[in-house]
Design a protein around this ligand. Structure first.
Ligand code: FUL
Length: 583
């Protein structure tokens, strides 16, 4: 069955399919013994809630990771940070919002509390907050400043509140901590006006009592539904789904209606079907065949403009070429993009990042103007194209399973590109070609397709400047050897070592906990570098090189050894990745 839609010419063959008409808001349970055809047809009738649809239309949203980690240069704090280190010298939330708006961002989410437990608002629940910091003599409130800036510029506001709290003494004492968390959530959702997205990540650890905290997610969701009924709940919530990586990469086949069920469904279906956020297939007929229920749980792609989530002076923002690629692989793959831009120690978005955001906004305005509030002008045919933008009206469900795009070239229809799912928006890039017309053929679908948009354009994809990564090469005269879970670097002559960089492999296991040691007698005796046993925070989800400075430079070093004490996958018996000394 083929449905064709033409641009610059008349539509062809009307599409006819025997389909049902029922729509199901957010979820549907299949009848027992339903065939896979029936399940596919029903899944195509699942539609988003109003809040989910409004969120999907935002396209481009932003994260601000800011807190004590900004001042310690870490990705995860351990909760022992002294609040006195939080002292931004020139914090200006209006500058954050203006910088983000230049890129076309429509909603911004602040890390009101990250895993270290430090609260960016003057909470009544703990002293571990801005109240105990020297910033504005303890009278500051980052949430309030951001709220005011958002109101001034017409930006929506969201909040990231980490359930994992490495500071709270009651963490691990489940009922007590859940009460504290509910109070924190209540403060944030009561005192700062309208909140459009509430973001809980899934990280969970043991408290000081050695017990694993059991989150009362039902209660947390109830608080949100009562206090901010218009907000979508993300990640541990059931409105917005984590795409499964932190690289800015959506799936080519991305079903918003999926049998991967959020925690609120209390179902064993995910286990039974072997489904996880990272699973490549979250909605094909093969997966539906075994499923009893599907939900509208659309994908959000979260990625940082810099390698880390927090600001580190040693890092640089991604190139415009990379951001353009991320856009086509996230928003262009039926997802919302959540781009993190971390303020620096002054409390400002660094110049390099705000320049990049403005360039990104200009690029979007020139190529995908609908993202920055403009309208796409469809130039008349014939024209040269290298890109097709297609969208379904997802308020009627997600229906298309396969499609292709053809161009009329010299009187003949030629294939230009093909894809599987479309969803809210799908962008396909191909080699430039001059066409007199373009047409979209829907070659497989679950119900009659409702195409909301189809256009061809010549997208200006900036070329990536290629540069080698000299920072990750071993310096001359240094040799590396790996034995079991340890990597040893031998120096040609006794050297002064200021620290090291650990580069994890792109995929698979990485070192998580480590001990760093030096030898001054060619490896006969070893000393732990002044307390340097630690963790490569968040390395599982975001496998980027992490640099660890020594508390003081170590002199006369003949060997540097990094011992893995655990891997991201469990106990350490090998040393994956690369170790580079900082001399
Ligand atoms: C993860 C966290 O562990 C990271 O630090 C970061 O906040 C990311 C957005 O979510 O779960």
């Amino acid at each position: 069955m083929i449905k064709q839609i033409l641009l610059g010419a008349l539509a062809l063959a009307p599409f006819a399919a025997a389909v049902g008409n029922s729509l199901y808001v957010k979820e549907v349970t299949f009848p027992k013994n339903a065939t896979v055809e029936q399940k596919a047809e029903m899944a195509a009738g699942v539609v988003p809630t109003d809040a989910q649809l409004a969120w999907q239309k935002l396209g481009l949203t932003a994260f601000l990771h800011f807190g004590v980690n900004t001042f310690t240069d870490r990705e995860w704090g351990d909760g022992s940070e002294d609040p006195s280190i939080f002292n931004p010298s020139a914090l200006d939330a209006r500058q954050w919002v203006r910088s983000l708006q230049a890129a076309g961002v429509k909603l911004v989410i602040l890390t009101a509390k990250h895993h270290d437990g430090f609260c960016l608002w003057p909470t009544e629940t703990t002293a571990h907050s801005v109240k105990s910091s020297p910033w504005k003599e303890g009278k500051g409130d980052v949430m309030k400043e951001l709220r005011e800036a958002c109101d001034e510029y017409g930006m929506k506001l969201g909040v990231y509140l980490s359930p994992w709290d490495r500071n709270a003494p009651c963490y691990g004492d489940s009922p007590a901590y859940n009460d504290m968390f509910v109070r924190q959530l209540t403060e944030l959702l009561t005192n700062y006006g309208r909140i459009d997205e509430v973001w809980f990540d899934g990280a969970c650890g043991e408290g000081p009592n050695g017990k694993k905290q059991e989150y009362d997610l039902d209660r947390f969701r109830e608080v949100i539904a009562t206090l901010q009924p218009g907000a979508v709940t993300a990640i541990m919530g059931d409105d917005v789904r984590w795409v499964g990586n932190e690289k800015g990469l959506g799936r080519e086949t991305e079903w918003s209606c999926t049998p991967l069920l959020p925690d609120s469904h209390k179902s064993d279906q995910n286990k039974r079907l072997g489904l996880r956020h990272k699973s490549p297939d979250l909605g094909s007929r093969d997966v539906l065949a075994e499923a009893g229920k599907v939900v509208w749980w659309p994908s959000e792609v979260d990625v940082s403009i810099r390698p880390g989530w927090f600001y580190h002076d040693t890092e640089q923002p991604k190139s415009l070429a990379k951001l353009a690629e991320i856009y086509t692989r996230s928003v262009g793959r039926n997802s919302v993009l959540l781009l993190n831009v971390p303020p620096d120690r002054r409390g400002l978005i660094a110049a390099a990042d705000s320049v990049r955001l403005a360039e990104f906004g200009q690029w979007l305005a020139g190529n995908f103007p609908e993202e920055t509030g403009g309208e796409a002008i469809d130039l008349p045919y014939p024209k040269t194209v290298n890109c097709a933008v297609v969208g379904e009206d997802v308020s009627k469900g997600q229906r298309v399973e396969a499609f292709d795009v053809e161009g009329l070239v010299g009187g003949e229809w030629k294939p230009l590109a093909s894809g599987t799912t479309i969803g809210f928006k799908r962008i396909l890039l191909f080699e430039p070609v001059e066409v007199d017309s373009m047409r979209l053929n829907v070659t497989a679908c679950r119900r009659e397709p409702v195409i909301a948009g189809f256009r061809g354009l010549m997208a200006d994809m900036p070329a990536e400047e290629t540069s080698g990564n000299a920072a990750l090469e071993l310096p001359k005269g240094v040799t590396a050897s790996v034995e079991g879970p340890a990597c040893t670097l031998r120096f040609a002559e006794p050297s002064t070592v200021k620290g090291f960089t650990y580069a994890p492999p792109a995929d698979g296991a990485a070192v998580f906990n480590y001990a760093a040691e030096v030898s001054r007698d060619n490896g006969r005796t070893w000393t732990l570098v002044n307390g340097l046993s630690g963790e490569f925070s968040n390395i599982q989800n975001n496998p980027i090189p992490q640099t660890v400075p020594f508390p003081a430079p170590a002199t006369g070093v003949t060997d540097l050894r990094l011992r893995a004490t655990s891997l991201t996958t469990g106990p350490a018996s090998s040393f994956p990745g690369k170790l580079i000394p900082r001399l």
